[in-house]
Write a protein that binds this ligand. Structure first.
Ligand code: ADP
Length: 721
């Protein structure tokens, strides 16, 4: 009863021959599939259908998918692989439900019904046959209606409801013989024969079964034939005709063997198992791949998520830190700005204070100089007027005090000038050896007074002419030798100058001034360079001094690019040393070696205009000039002085720089507009902002600084009249 696939095969072959389209690859594989089925090459057919399904899925073609799943289910059914067949047919019928009804949908539902019949699941079988029939009716296809009757009969029979089954078989038996329904009719006869056998109506049974065999023998339906033969054998066995029963049984077994040979040919058991295993393997691989891909995608998306979160976190942190940094920077900036302002204010204050101090020192020392000039001048004049022995002592003390004060003020002014950077470095050609010998000569008397031996050692390789600031160098060396001579008795003072290096037209010289005097205690070695610092009160009391000399020396050496070093041992002596670099000059300085002037005779009867506002200074200067028989006219302001020069002829003008109204420099400038020849000598207590060069630039010929040393005063005048 399970072999009606032949009809369906026939039916479907028919349907397929109608619908076959050679438009896509699915159709192509199907076109290959059927010849394979016809050739009994089911394995090839299975593979081709699988390919066709894959293509239909790729193309998203529902109709083709349904059709190919039906074909697959159908093949499995043919091969009696009912579970596989049910799986494919369920897919196929579900797909057919989604599209327009067709004859193939009928076939799919019908075949599914057959599968359930084979699995003895009659309820399900009934429901799929009903569904097939309903589509069949809907499509108005009458040609295979008897198949549904046959199946109903079969189901009733299977459920032992023989009386209900028989009318369905009888309806089919009553149909006239026709090749299209021969298998169905043979089946109905066979089923009825079996029912009659059960009822022990052997003759009737034989009648139906023989008719069934007759019809069957015209077809190739071997399964049906083998069943009919077995049924006949059973009937004869019941009738105790063992011989005939045996003969039918033998025929039945022969057919069975043919069937099994044919089926084995179609698809060997091994082949099927292999095919299923390959298919399962493929599916597993695909599923695994899918899972792997999914896992990969999941991993990837997880990674992306993690990265995104990390990135967002980093960006957030970065923004936060930038924001915080910005706030901190702004705050710091504000703080810095405030601090800067404070510092600027403090700096301005300090600068103003320093300036005020310098101005104060400059003014005080300048103001002290004028009366000091008077004191020194008067002392000088009185000493010149043959004072009595007692008066001479007083006048000498007065002169000593005046000189001390002058030195003190000059030193304060010097330091003040250096500190306020108002000192300029000269660059003139000078002869170092001559300079040192001059210094040695000028200090000879002082050396003798303390019974000191004064040695001068100058390296003969030192170039004769150097370029530098000889005034400052003399100041440094004089100061140091003065100290050495002052603090040494019955000893030796040695001045050494060595050539350290000589390269690129530059000579670096090593200067050392050493003595064998009282020495300086170790704890005072650095403090002696501080302003107003002296070795001790005893030293001060015994030797005098201002405590400013070494301060000036240290500052001057620093200005010239050197650094002073001091080594000293108490009661053994001291040694001051420093290095200084000088450019070398290849040509000697043109020295105006003016012969010693006999200024006394040169000055007689010369007419000099003294422009001075200070009465005491007027009196002293006038007296000094009269002493040399000079005719002196005094004017106490600049304006009148200009007028007087315009009207009168003078041999020389002594011009005080600080005058009421227009000062000495302006007056000189005005005079130079109409008189370029009359020598003008500035008389000044040089202050912070004045220097020789500055005064000469206004048209003055020379500068005499107050308080003036009488000899210098007379010789300067003599040189210019
Ligand atoms: P002062 O006018 O007192 O000499 P200085 O600044 O020149 O001032 O010297 C400071 C102090 O250094 C001196 O008072 C003295 O104690 C010490 N001093 C300087 N030179 C020598 C020296 N050659 N030998 C011993 N002591 C010295």
């Amino acid at each position: 009863m399970k072999f009606f696939f032949v009809y369906l095969l026939f039916l479907n072959t028919l349907l397929y021959s109608q619908n076959r389209e050679k438009t896509d690859s699915t159709a192509y594989y199907i076109s290959l599939n059927y010849p394979a089925v016809h050739d009994n090459n089911y394995k090839e057919a299975l593979l081709l259908i699988q390919k066709a399904i894959l293509i239909a899925e790729t193309n998203d073609n529902t109709k083709e998918q349904a059709s190919q799943n039906y074909n697959l289910g159908k093949l499995y059914y043919d091969l009696k692989k009912y579970d596989d067949a049910i799986e494919s047919l369920l897919t196929s019928t579900a797909l057919y439900d989604r599209i327009k009804p067709s004859s193939k949908a009928v076939a799919a539902n019908y075949t599914l019904g057959l599968c359930y019949m084979s699995k003895d699941n009659y309820d399900k079988a009934t429901s799929y046959f009903d569904k097939a029939e309903s589509i069949h009716t809907q499509l108005n296809l009458n040609d295979s209606a008897q198949l549904f009757n046959l199946q109903r009969g079969l189901i009733y029979k299977a459920k032992n409801n023989i009386e209900l089954a028989l009318p369905f078989f009888e309806t089919i038996i009553a149909l006239p013989n026709n090749a299209a329904i021969s298998d169905t009719k043979a089946e109905a006869l066979y089923q009825t024969g079996c029912i009659e056998t059960q009822k022990n109506r052997s003759n009737l049974a034989l009648n139906y079964l023989n008719k069934a065999l007759d019809i069957n023998e015209k077809s190739e339906n071997l399964e049906q034939r083998s069943e009919i033969l077995l049924a006949l054998s059973n009937v004869y066995e019941k009738m105790l005709d063992k011989k005939t029963a045996y003969s039918y049984l033998k025929q039945h077994l022969n057919i069975k063997e043919r069937i099994s040979i044919r089926n084995n040919k179609r698809l060997g058991i091994d082949d099927y198992t292999k095919f299923k295993e390959t298919q399962r393997l493929k599916e597993t691989i695909i599923t695994n791949n899918k899972i792997k891909e999914q896992e990969k995608t999941n991993k990837f998306s997880k990674l992306i998520s993690i990265l995104a979160i990390a990135l967002i976190s980093i960006l957030s942190l970065l923004s936060l830190s930038l924001y915080k940094n910005n706030i901190i920077r702004n705050q710091t900036n504000l703080l810095l700005q405030e601090k800067n302002k404070e510092l600027e204010i403090a700096k301005n204050k300090a600068e103003k204070a320093s300036q005020a101090r310098s101005e104060f020192l400059s003014t005080v020392s300048h103001e002290l100089r004028t009366p000091l000039n008077a004191i020194n001048g008067i002392a000088h004049l009185l000493l010149e007027e043959n004072p009595k022995k007692r008066q001479l002592d007083y006048l000498s003390s007065l002169k000593f005090s005046g000189d001390y004060l002058t030195k003190f003020i000059n030193e304060i002014l010097e330091i003040n000038k250096i500190e306020s950077h108002n000192t300029e470095i000269e660059q003139t050609i000078f002869n170092l050896k001559k300079l040192l010998i001059d210094i040695q000569n000028s200090l000879k008397e002082l050396a003798l007074a303390n019974n000191n031996n004064f040695i001068l050692e100058v390296d003969p390789t030192i170039p004769d002419y150097l370029i530098g600031d000889p005034t400052k160098l003399s100041q440094i060396i004089l100061n140091l030798i003065n100290n050495a001579l002052k603090f040494t008795e019955d000893g030796e003072i040695k001045v050494t100058v060595n050539l350290n290096t000589l390269e690129d037209n530059e000579a670096t010289l090593y200067f050392e001034i050493s003595d064998t005097g009282i020495g300086i205690p170790e704890d005072k070695l650095s403090s002696v360079f501080d302003s107003f610092s002296q070795g001790s009160t005893e030293v001060n009391r015994k030797y005098g001094g201002t405590g400013l000399g070494l301060t000036i020396v240290k500052k001057l050496i620093k200005m010239l690019g050197g650094k002073i070093k001091l080594k000293s041992i108490v009661d053994e002596g001291s040694s001051f040393s420093f290095n200084l670099a000088f450019k070398i000059s290849d040509r000697p300085l043109e020295i105006n070696t003016s012969p010693k002037i006999d200024y006394d005779s040169k000055l007689v009867n010369k007419k000099i205009l003294l422009v001075e506002d200070n009465k005491i200074n007027q009196m002293i200067t006038k007296k000094m000039l009269h002493n040399k028989k000079i005719i002196c006219e005094i004017i106490d302001n600049g304006e009148d002085a200009i007028e007087s020069v315009r009207k009168n002829k003078y041999d020389l003008i002594l011009m005080d720089v600080h005058l009421p109204g227009i000062n000495g420099t302006t007056a000189t400038e005005s005079i130079r507009c109409f008189d370029k020849t009359t020598p003008i000598i500035a008389l000044t207590a040089i202050s912070l902002h004045e220097n020789r060069e500055m005064l000469l630039s206004f048209g003055m010929n020379e500068v005499i600084t107050k308080p003036f040393i009488p000899e210098d005063f007379y010789s300067t005048i003599a040189q210019h009249v």
